[in-house]
Ligand binder design. Structure first.
Ligand code: KOT
Length: 844
């Protein structure tokens, strides 16, 4: 032996440091290294996609190193951490965000310029990982950015679907066409497969009952009959201006045996890979329903797969710190993002009882102290209830435990039930209706120490209506934590010009991590010079959108003096895109009747709509079709010209939102009051100087409180008044209560002005019959408020003052504020910043 073999840890940091230098020459070397060795390509075929990949790998190297340091530090300090479990994450593109957060934009610009590339174009090569449907998944993504930026010890846990949310295009009839999102066909450089972390997850099987020798008590053991493997895939989350780098761990599913070697060696090649082919891949596809339960067995398997792998990982990490299971609630605060991860409650109980051999009292206490639950919706069609039969078959031991939880809980309820078991029936975790069902929200409430709604009005509805009995039973359990959005992605990154103006005006960029500083913009609200600069940036952003519409849709729209009015969100009846398009028909007919003279006074407007409909949600798909048909008629009518246009933008995504939001003059948030739990895009628009046209619903109300009522275009009734209106519709028939203007618009659709008469009959019948979302009732106030928007736009001084004041009041809307509330009110965690090392980021 020539060299002495020494058993001591590698000094990895020292080996890597020179390699990770971040002057531009060093960056160039790193990029070329990855291009030649990781892709691998040779530098003669230096193309933009390859350059994007190679550049991304250099970012990944940096983040890997920072994340190792971060985990090491958290473990040393034994700090309590938050674990956010969510079945959806809508992250958006990664590269720009990471480069900005690491403060390396200039260096990368310089490095890539040397290779003939603009960094901006390289950003455009990245596809958008669409592992979520809408607000719920995007909120989770904003939270991860804030948690890292403010140095909170935190983990995200989710699923790595092979296919994300479908891509949408519009067919020749104006209909939605769905295409598979094959986002993993090329490498995704920001995700690191962790081959050392593979966890077996069981399903089905039977329960063994035995007597514990020590205590003589009865014990249970679950023997699953089928297993799959959960494999970890880590996305590293950089914070803005900090070294702390957290982890989003996404589980993917693999068959337990990839290949049957016995069959293979006997020459049965086809049979050998059967296991792989037959294994139903649990993480194959994201269910495309927003605010609606999918109700499929495979979805249930996804939910269990997610929580079983996650809890296993959390407990493994606890034990790595040589801590006992009793310390779990001091080690991790586990947040359930809606009810989709609720099976974590019986799963933890099972581990504590059957594997750790705790008593019921100990196990239940640990469980309740570990979990908290966020409710995101009160729509009945979104409240999960799973058949007892299905749970018993798939997870027999878990069903047994849910029954035990219910039994013990109802014992207490019975004591206060004075009404013949009425209350007990209402509060039971198990419902007997068309089937025997487990009410997942009930289980989540009972198994958590805190339950929160996502806006003031929403939490009040939870406390006083939806979960009223539970709120009386547990008076301290329900709290409000109003949603927020990250100012890094939703202002600093997506609107660089506005970011610069704010920084130069406030003479500091502190607002990027403490958004309350924006309030100092109030003193500039009426400053002519500032208003001009502010308005010029809006115009600049509108021109980018104008060019996009021209390029992608071949539609000519104006820009100067034209209002960009936008409604972008999932297509849903409660969000009332239908009311929006009916109003467009109203304005269209109105302009058509005008004289030449009158037309010169019309305020020009483009109405943009974007959003996907769940493939099985036929009504929502009809609404998309109607919008496109109406758009076709209006945009091609020479009598309208450039006075009014309706533009449907296909394939709404985080990336498209980053283009649209900075370019918006006014955005619409017009849900039926009480239906939109919060809404988060409303916040992003205000942050970017857009005005809000909205109902008295969700976070609109809090925007009004913080930015001033006079700076929001609000209309319609309160959520408390909605039931009366609905009742009247039922009693008298919505048609009889409908304003004449709307009746005649429906008549025109029925005559076939926008395609075959029959096509939209179903949509119209609902409006004429019950009108669940009270479109008829709100139509006139809505039109009036739209007119108010248009006349206000003609008073620029007033408009820009509203716009600046809106932004100045939006400090409250930062997810940094939201997370601070979660940390203090629910999780009991504190920031744990890595100590600053001299020229840390330079040397790694
Ligand atoms: C429900 C079931 C399946 C998939 C998604 C949901 C869902 C989405 N429930 N609520 N949301 C939205 O969550 C956002 C973040 O809190 C809210 O802003 C928004 O109002 C909800 O509709």
């Amino acid at each position: 032996q020539k060299y002495k073999i020494e058993k001591k840890p590698l000094l990895v940091e020292n080996l890597l440091s020179p390699y990770l230098g971040s002057d531009f020459k060093n960056l160039q070397k790193q990029i070329v290294y990855h291009l030649e060795h990781t892709l691998p390509r040779n530098t003669k075929t230096f193309q933009s996609f390859g350059t994007y990949l190679a550049t991304s790998y250099t970012i990944r190297d940096r983040l890997l190193q920072l994340s190792h340091d971060t985990q090491k530090y958290y473990n040393e300090k034994k700090v309590k951490q938050a674990c956010y479990i969510s079945i959806e994450y809508l992250m958006g593109r990664f590269l720009r965000n990471a480069v900005l957060n690491l403060n390396l934009e200039e260096k990368y610009e310089q490095a890539l310029a040397g290779f003939g590339y603009a960094l901006e174009d390289i950003y455009d090569e990245e596809q958008d990982p669409a592992l979520g449907n809408g607000g719920l998944g995007r909120l989770a993504a904003c939270f991860l950015d804030t948690l890292a930026t403010h140095n909170y010890p935190a983990w995200g846990y989710g699923l790595r679907y092979n296919y994300g949310l479908f891509r949408q295009s519009i067919g020749s009839e104006g209909e939605q066409v769905e295409k598979t999102d094959v986002w993993l066909q090329f490498p995704y450089p920001f995700m690191v497969e962790n081959h050392f972390l593979r966890i077996p997850i069981g399903f089905y099987g039977s329960i063994e009952t035995y007597v514990d020798e020590k205590t003589k008590g009865t014990r249970f053991k679950w023997h699953p009959s089928e297993y799959v493997i959960a494999q970890a895939n880590d996305i590293l989350i950089p914070g803005y201006g900090t070294d702390n780098t957290n982890t989003l761990r996404l589980w993917s599913c693999r068959p337990i045996e990839e290949l049957d070697f016995d069959k293979f060696s006997l020459g049965d090649f086809k049979g050998a890979s059967e296991n792989r082919l037959n294994a139903e891949n649990i993480t194959n596809v994201l269910y495309p329903n927003d605010n609606e339960v999918a109700g499929k067995e495979l979805r249930f398997k996804q939910q269990y797969f997610l929580v079983a792998a996650t809890l296993h990982d959390i407990i493994r990490r606890l034990k790595e710190q040589k801590r006992t299971i009793y310390e779990l609630p001091d080690f991790a605060a586990v947040q359930l993002n809606d009810t989709h991860p609720t099976l974590a409650i019986p799963e933890l109980l099972r581990i504590l009882l059957d594997e750790e051999m705790l008593t019921w009292e100990e196990a239940w206490d640990i469980t309740q102290r570990t979990f908290s639950y966020t409710n995101h919706t009160i729509l009945p069609e979104a409240l999960e209830r799973w058949p007892v039969k299905l749970i018993s078959h798939l997870l027999p031991r878990h069903m047994q435990l849910i029954e035990a939880i219910n039994w013990k809980f109802l014992e207490k309820v019975r004591k206060i039930d004075k009404n013949n078991g009425e209350l007990t029936k209402k509060m039971s975790l198990i419902e007997n209706s068309w089937d025997t069902l487990v009410r997942m929200a009930w289980l989540a409430i009972v198994g958590s120490h805190k339950v929160n709604g996502v806006s003031g009005i929403h939490t009040n509805i939870l406390k006083n209506i939806v979960f009223q009995d539970f709120h009386s039973f547990y008076p301290n359990k329900f709290v409000n934590v109003t949603n927020g959005v990250t100012p890094r992605r939703w202002l600093h990154a997506c609107n660089p010009k506005l970011s610069e103006l704010i920084t130069s005006t406030l003479k500091s960029n502190d607002w990027i991590y403490d958004l309350a500083h924006l309030s100092k913009l109030r003193e500039y609200a009426e400053n002519e010079d500032f208003q001009l600069k502010w308005a010029a940036i809006k115009t600049f952003n509108k021109r980018k959108l104008q060019a996009y519409v021209k390029k992608e849709l071949k539609i000519d729209i104006g820009c100067d003096g034209v209002i960009y009015d936008i409604q972008i969100k999932r297509i849903h009846e409660y969000k009332r895109q239908l009311m929006n398009v009916l109003a467009s028909i109203h304005f269209y007919l109105k302009i058509k009747k005008m004289s030449k003279e009158e037309k010169t006074k019309v305020q020009k407007r483009v109405s943009f709509i974007a959003g996907k409909a769940a493939p099985g949600y036929l009504v929502a798909k009809k609404i998309i079709k109607l919008i496109n048909r109406v758009s076709n008629v209006i945009n091609n009518d020479p009598e309208i010209g450039d006075l009014f246009k309706v533009v449907y933008l296909p394939n709404y995504s985080v990336t498209l939102a980053e283009l649209l939001i900075p370019a918006t003059d006014v955005s619409e948030h017009i849900s039926t009051p009480g239906c939109e739990a919060s809404g988060t895009s409303n916040m992003k628009f205000v942050l970017n100087g857009g005005l809000i046209l909205g109902t008295l619903d969700g976070a609109n109300l809090e925007i009004m409180e913080n930015s001033g009522e006079e700076n929001v275009f609000a209309f319609g009734i309160t959520s408390k008044e909605v039931p009366q209106v609905k009742q009247r519709n039922i009693e008298q028939g919505a048609w009889n209560l409908m304003p004449e203007e709307l009746q005649s618009i429906l008549g025109i659709i029925e005559e076939g002005k926008f395609g075959e008469a029959d096509e939209f009959r179903g949509l119209l019948e609902e409006l004429k019959g019950v009108d669940r979302y009270i479109t008829g009732h709100d139509f006139i106030p809505y039109i009036k408020e739209l007119e108010n928007v248009m006349s206000t736009y003609q008073k620029p001084h007033k408009w820009w003052k509203m716009s600046i004041l809106g932004c100045a009041g939006s400090g409250w809307l930062s997810s940094d504020r939201t997370i601070k509330e979660y940390a203090e009110k629910i999780w009991g965690i504190k920031p744990c910043p890595l100590p600053k090392i001299e020229s840390d980021k330079e040397l790694g």
